[in-house]
Structure formats: C-alpha cells, structure tokens
Design a protein around this ligand. Sequence first.
Ligand SMILES: NC(=O)c1ccc[n+]([C@@H]2O[C@H](COP(=O)([O-])OP(=O)(O)OC[C@H]3O[C@@H](n4cnc5c(N)ncnc54)[C@H](OP(=O)(O)O)[C@@H]3O)[C@@H](O)[C@H]2O)c1
Length: 213
Amino acid sequence: MRCLSPPPLAAEGQGGGQRASSEPVGGPPPRPSSASGGGRNVRRVPLVLVAAIAENGVIGRAGGLPWRLRTDLKRFRALTTGHPVVMGRRTYLSIGKPLKDRTNIVITRDPHFAAAGVVVASSLETALEVAEGDALRRGAAAIVVGGGAGIYSRTIKMAARLEITRVHVRPEGDTVFPEIDPAQWREAARQDFAAGPGDDAPFTTLTYERRGG
Ligand SMILES: NC(=O)c1ccc[n+]([C@@H]2O[C@H](COP(=O)([O-])OP(=O)(O)OC[C@H]3O[C@@H](n4cnc5c(N)ncnc54)[C@H](OP(=O)(O)O)[C@@H]3O)[C@@H](O)[C@H]2O)c1
C-alpha cells in the first residue's frame, strides 16, 4: 500500500469545529472568512483526487455509496491519513463524522454549518488555501480531494494525481465522477483485487499521473 506522505500525524482541530480563514490549521485563532478565497491555480502542494468509481462512472447513490467495499475503505484510510482532506458537505454527512488523523475541510455555502472536529470553508478556493497551509505545516506531501461530484469536476484540472478504485459493478446512481481523459492522464500503476470479506465486488486500483506533469 502506498502512502502519500510521511507516517500518520496526530489529529488536530478535532475538539471542535472551526470556520476557515486562510491561516494554517492550528495557527492563530480563525478570523472571519472572506468566503471567496484567492482562486490560485498554481499550488505548492499537489492535489490528489481519491475516488471509488463504478464501471459506469457512478460514485454515489441517495447520499451514500452504492456498494460495500471494506478493503477499499482501508485503502482510503492508508492513502489519506496524515493529510488534509477537502470534501463537500454532502460527502461529509455521508461519512457522518470527522475522518480520524486527518484535517477535515468541509465546503458549504451554509454560513451556519458547523461540526465538531472539522474546518468549514465557504468556497473551494478557501478550502484549498487552508489545506495547503495545513499540508505545509504538517509536512504532508499532498492535499487529498475526497469528493463529491462537483468538487472532483472542479479540481481534476488542477490535480497532479488520481488514486482511483475501479469497482467492477454498474449500479444505478445519482453522482458521477468526471471523465478521466487519457490525453491528460497516464496510468502509472494498476492492481486487481478479488472481492474479499466485506467486499460486494472485485475491483482494480489505479494510479493516474498527469501527462507532462
Ligand atoms: N465513491 C466515492 O469515492 C465517493 C467520494 C465522495 C462522495 N461520494 C458520494 O457522492 C455523494 C455526495 O457527493 P455530492 O456531489 O452529492 O455532494 P458533495 O460535493 O459532497 O457536497 C455538495 C455540497 O458541497 C457544497 N459545495 C460544493 N461545491 C461548493 C462550492 N464551490 N462552494 C461552496 N460550497 C460548495 C455545497 O454545500 P451546501 O449545500 O451546504 O452549500 C453542496 O451542496 C454521496 O452519495 C457520497 O457517498 C462517493
């Protein structure tokens, strides 16, 4: 199993929720957010999108996953521990609690949204700035983008790497991953897995790297 950075770091910011400013997590007390963020496209810390995708592109159904894949949940934990993880409010609610040993950055336009143990950001740009500060402070090698659909679509153009689990099912669903354009992405690693205990289907893990990146 490949890790994105040095060994897992102790969780911080899990005692209570925070609303994001652009200060690194754990830095000075948060200022009120400008809500708009900076919109930079050039990042000092690479973005890595981590997703499990069915053969028909589906990633979600009715606010949850259309499959049970215990082995992939372990892979997700191994890939993301110690990193800032950026996700949309619905993805956060589908998980139901902060991911342990990771800085959880939840994007929402709802100014009243708060959850213990997560940093709330009012835009993608603010979330990425907070994530970058957090990664630099922790020495994490990447910012993880954990979905959902709109956030994957907006970040795939900035990402350096995709860590994809291709689930060998074709379920009905309401949430899909954007196209992985072979002109942009080269397959760097692939491993096939039979369905193990707690897995609904066989799957293949794939690492894509940006061509010319
Ligand atoms: N298979 C996988 O790897 C995977 C990964 C992630 C998620 N999922 C699945 O996907 C589904 C959830 O994804 P989703 O696409 O429906 O929702 P989502 O992206 O997780 O959350 C959408 C919400 O995020 C906020 N948001 C998104 N973009 C924003 C922006 N630019 N500025 C401010 N706020 C923004 C909004 O929250 P407010 O409405 O509060 O303003 C929006 O309603 C679930 O079924 C989940 O299980 C699957």
